[in-house]
Design a protein around this ligand. Structure first.
Ligand SMILES: [Zn+2]
Length: 281
């Protein structure tokens, strides 16, 4: 599933090639997504310059002169910049956004993503899905003080609280396990028992893990724009995720795996002890 780093790299990749270009139309081969795509998309965007693309959580907001596209990659979506003459569409290539000799191609086998148009009277940030999002991980709104306050009445395990997206957006399952490991926090500890000091470690760890992934993703930017068809998402060089039984990179003990709220959780029982005061180094 595309996570925040993939979405951010997608944004940067498209912007680097398409920003300032005027749309020459669109082709909607399939309109049935989580939200239906407009069948007249071509008329809606044709002749309009793409001014910018913003990201909020995993949503992309494409600013045109007179309105915007809001898109989400869902479970299996990929967007690539292609030269349509050299790259014929393949199965599940559902939408093309054309900008002269370059096309942004939206591929989504499972169609849980979407791409909709909002006219200029509608503010994309007021969309129900976007309005309810928690703070951006790289913004000042994500900090130990506010996190401490927002978790003060949350007694579910910290991992579930992070995954809920209410306290920070974009920390998917893998990033969550990795961040908790970096911060030395046990994934099962009730969120409201964490001190401000430990939450500060967590805030820093979340940013670090996402930043590393962005850097690794950035190095694949060349592949991203060269459009080699269906490609996997980034594989983070994980410390704990997917490493059950392998030695912890800090202490050498075998990494444990548990299932938490239906999701796999990986952790080190020594470096991420349950006892209060653990990892307060
Ligand atoms: Zn360890």
């Amino acid at each position: 599933m595309p996570e925040l780093p993939e979405v951010e790299i997608t944004r940067r990749g498209i912007l680097s090639r398409i920003k300032g270009r005027t749309s020459t139309g669109a082709l909607v081969r399939e309109a049935r997504f989580r939200k239906p795509a407009p069948k007249n998309l071509s008329n809606l965007i044709q002749g309009q310059e793409l001014l910018d693309i913003e990201r909020r959580g995993k949503y992309l907001i494409w600013r045109f002169e007179h309105g915007s596209i809001v898109s989400h990659l869902g479970m299996s979506g990929v967007m690539r910049v292609v030269n349509p003459l050299e790259t014929p569409p393949v199965k599940h290539d559902h939408i093309d956004l054309n900008f002269g000799d370059l096309t942004v191609r939206y591929h989504d086998p499972r169609r849980f993503g979407f791409l909709v148009w909002l006219d200029e009277s509608e503010n994309p940030y007021e969309m129900a899905e976007i309005r309810k999002l928690g703070p951006e991980p790289f913004s000042d709104d994500f900090n130990a003080k506010d996190l401490f306050a927002s978790l003060s009445k949350v007694s579910v395990p910290i991992k579930e609280a992070l995954l809920s997206g209410k306290h920070v957006v974009g920390v998917g399952n893998i990033y969550c396990s990795e961040s908790l490991f970096k911060a030395g926090i046990n994934p099962f500890v009730p969120a409201n028992l964490l001190s401000k000091k430990r939450l500060e470690k967590l805030v820093n760890a979340v940013r670090e893990v996402l930043e590393i992934s962005l850097q690794e993703g950035g190095s694949t930017l060349r592949d991203f724009v060269s459009a080699e068809g269906e490609k996997g998402y980034f594989t983070l060089s994980a410390c704990v995720y997917g490493r059950e039984g392998e030695p912890c990179v800090k202490c050498g003990r075998p990494i444990k795996r548990a299932v938490q709220a239906g999701r796999a959780t990986y952790y080190c029982s020594l470096c991420q002890r349950m006892t209060r005061g653990a990892a307060q180094k």
